[in-house]
Design a protein around this ligand. Structure first.
Ligand code: SAH
Length: 343
């Protein structure tokens, strides 16, 4: 069976290439074609002989995505891709332009097992894990297509990154490899619904990536109703893991809180949240909940959002409302893939 060269780290690639009888210096060349110049085929590796390229293609392939749909926002240049994988499955990625450069939000799984009630990605259930090479290809394909250098990465698309832990960690190593894209770990955020044991594992790696935690509720009662994971790891366990993460890495935790009208947005809940987060190195990111066709959650009003922030701030917890990008192109996670499936 052919192996995906894009899913191998430097050491693995070195072993494979040397086993094929290639001299060692070829490893750097091939690594650079795949992870620095981001080519999708052996034919583009012009400093290798035809024989060498032929030999590579007898043993390997390079995972590759095809662009099925590309939507460019007229309001803020956000670009949303719907990619097709080699088995015909779809994944989404979004490229956003900020003052500091380009950022990409990628998917880590096809579908998701977590079943959060407000989330479009949960609707069709879980299909499969994305490989290391497929996740990297989301970044490389977008970068090639737009002819830009992407220097920030968020794992906040479809899927639960910590439920694809090994592949995600390997992907993080590769995207930050100095012989490849050399992306700074400090420019990477990983968002989780709260797989507690994996938060500890990630903390121990001391990568310095930002951990975003989808909290969305001030107490177990509310959280368990919309997030099944809360029945396995409750808020106290989750926050203990978050404290451990920030103490171990020195990084501030970013808590995601989708504001849902009459569900989690009252003054009382803001106070409860502030008490829970007291003393933690953290920031609260309020997200006006996106209306997903299949759910009946409604956004909180702007006044509600402001009041919620005021209460948190007055208790020493910094909070902001997340800026919405690409609102005209369905840029939130899962929406495009879901619309494809419903056709
Ligand atoms: N599984 C990971 C990452 C994917 S979801 C996680 O749970 O964090 C990315 C973010 O979008 C999460 O914070 C998620 O809770 C949030 N989200 C999902 N559906 C949403 C919706 N309808 N409105 C607002 N935020 C939503």
């Amino acid at each position: 069976m052919l192996k995906d060269l894009r899913s191998l780290n430097y050491k693995e690639m070195q072993t494979e290439i040397i086993n094929l009888g290639f001299p060692k210096f070829r490893v750097n060349q091939i690594f650079s074609w795949i992870h620095e110049k981001c080519v999708d085929s052996f034919d583009e590796m012009t400093n290798l002989s035809k024989d060498m390229r032929g030999k590579l293609s007898e043993h390997f392939y390079i995972s590759k995505l095809t662009i099925n749909t590309k939507l460019v926002s007229k309001v803020d240049e956000t670009v949303k891709y719907l990619f097709v994988l080699s088995d015909g499955e779809y994944v989404e990625s979004v490229v956003m332009k900020y003052k500091y450069g380009y950022s990409i939000c990628i998917s880590t799984q096809v579908g998701c097992k977590m079943g959060c009630k407000f989330c479009a990605s949960a609707i069709g259930g879980f299909v499969r894990q994305l490989s290391v090479g497929e996740m990297l290809s989301e970044i490389y394909t977008a970068q090639n297509d737009l002819n830009i250098k992407i220097n920030h990465l968020v794992l906040m698309g479809t899927g639960e990154p910590l439920d694809n832990y090994e592949n995600v960690v390997k992907m993080l190593e590769l995207i930050s490899d100095e012989n490849g894209q050399n992306m700074s770990m400090r420019h990477i955020s990983l968002s989780t619904c709260g797989l507690v044991p994996k938060i500890y594992d990630l903390a121990k790696l001391k990568y310095g990536i930002t951990l975003s935690v989808s909290l969305h509720a001030p107490n177990n009662n509310i959280r368990s109703k919309s997030m099944p994971i809360n029945n396995t790891y409750d808020i106290d366990e989750l926050l203990k893991a978050c404290r451990y993460y920030s103490e171990h890495t020195g990084r501030r935790i970013s808590f995601e809180y989708a504001m849902i009208k009459d569900v989690n947005d009252s003054d009382e809940y803001a106070l409860e949240l502030a008490n829970r987060l007291k003393g933690m190195l953290c920031h609260v990111n309020l997200i006006p909940v996106n209306n997903v066709k299949e759910t009946d959650y409604v956004k909180s009003s702007v006044e509600r959002q402001k009041k919620f922030i005021d209460i948190l701030s007055s208790r020493g917890i910094t909070a902001t409302v997340r800026r919405t990008l690409g609102s005209d192109i369905n840029a939130s996670c899962g929406q495009l893939r879901a619309s494809k499936r419903n056709k």
